[in-house]
Ligand binder design. Sequence first.
Ligand SMILES: NC(=O)c1ccc[n+]([C@@H]2O[C@H](COP(=O)([O-])OP(=O)(O)OC[C@H]3O[C@@H](n4cnc5c(N)ncnc54)[C@H](O)[C@@H]3O)[C@@H](O)[C@H]2O)c1
Length: 255
Amino acid sequence: MKIKDCKAIVTGGASGLGGACVKKLVEGGGRAAILDLDAARGEKLAAESGGSLIFVRTDVVGEQDVLSAIAKAVEAFGAINTVINCAGVGDPGKVLSKKGPLPLAAFERIVRINLVGTFNVTRLAVAQMVNNSYNDEGERGVIINTASVAAFDGQIGQAAYAASKAAIAGMTLPIARECAAYAIRVMTIAPGIFDTPLLASLPEAARDALGKMAPFPSRLGRPDEFAALVGHILENSMLNGEVIRLDGALRMAPK
Ligand SMILES: NC(=O)c1ccc[n+]([C@@H]2O[C@H](COP(=O)([O-])OP(=O)(O)OC[C@H]3O[C@@H](n4cnc5c(N)ncnc54)[C@H](O)[C@@H]3O)[C@@H](O)[C@H]2O)c1
C-alpha cells in the first residue's frame, strides 16, 4: 500500500500517535478521515490540510457513528483502503484500593473503548474494504491497530488497560487469517512510552523518569517514530498477522 494511495480512516487521529499518522499520510500524498471525539482539534487539523483531511466526530464504540464516518470518508475519497486504530484511553485503577474494589463500570469502560471500539471499526471497515479493487500488490486494504507494551507487562493498576491491549494483540492473528481471503492485512503495534498529550499532564521530571526506563534509547518515543512504523507496515506487504513492540527494549516494572 503506497502512502500516496492511502484513503484512510484514523481513529484517535486528532491527537498524539493518531495525529502523527495523519500527518505522515498527508505529507506522503495520502488522504485521511479523522474519527475522534475531539471536534475542536479534529476540525482544526482538517481545516488546515488543504482538503487532504476530513474530520468526522465519531465515538468508536458507536455502530451508527462509525458507519456514518466510513460513508463520509467513501464519499470524500471514493473508497477507504487503510484503517489506523489509535483511539484509546488508559485511566489506571487497582483491583482493590482504599475506596474498595474497582467498580466494574470502570473496568468495562476501558475494555469497551480500547477493545470493542477497535473491533467495531475493524468489522465495519472490512465490510467496506471488500468492495475495493486490488492494488499492484494484490491488496484491498491494510488495518493497523494500537496495543501497548502493557499487553505483555502491564503494571499494577493496569488490569483493565492491559486486558484491553492484550486482547487487541490476541485478535490480530485470527482477524488477519480471516481477512487474508479478502486481501486485507492486519497488524498491531505495541508502543512503549511515547510523548503524547496522554503524558502532557505529568511534570517534566516524571516524564524524564518514564523515558529513562527504556534501556536504549533512554527517552520517550516520538510520535513520528510511531508514524514511521505505520508507514513501513503500509508499504511492506509481507507484514501481516503480527504484533510489533516499538519500545527501545522497555520492559515495564510492576509499578
Ligand atoms: N502515549 C503512549 O505512551 C502510549 C503507549 C502505548 C499505547 N498507547 C496507545 O496509543 C493510542 C493513542 O494514544 P495517545 O498517546 O496518542 O493518546 P491521546 O490521548 O493523545 O489520543 C487519543 C485520542 O483518542 C480519542 N478518543 C478517545 N476515546 C475515543 C472514542 N471513544 N472514540 C473516538 N476517539 C476517542 C481522544 O479524543 C484522543 O484524540 C491509545 O490507544 C493508547 O492506549 C499510547
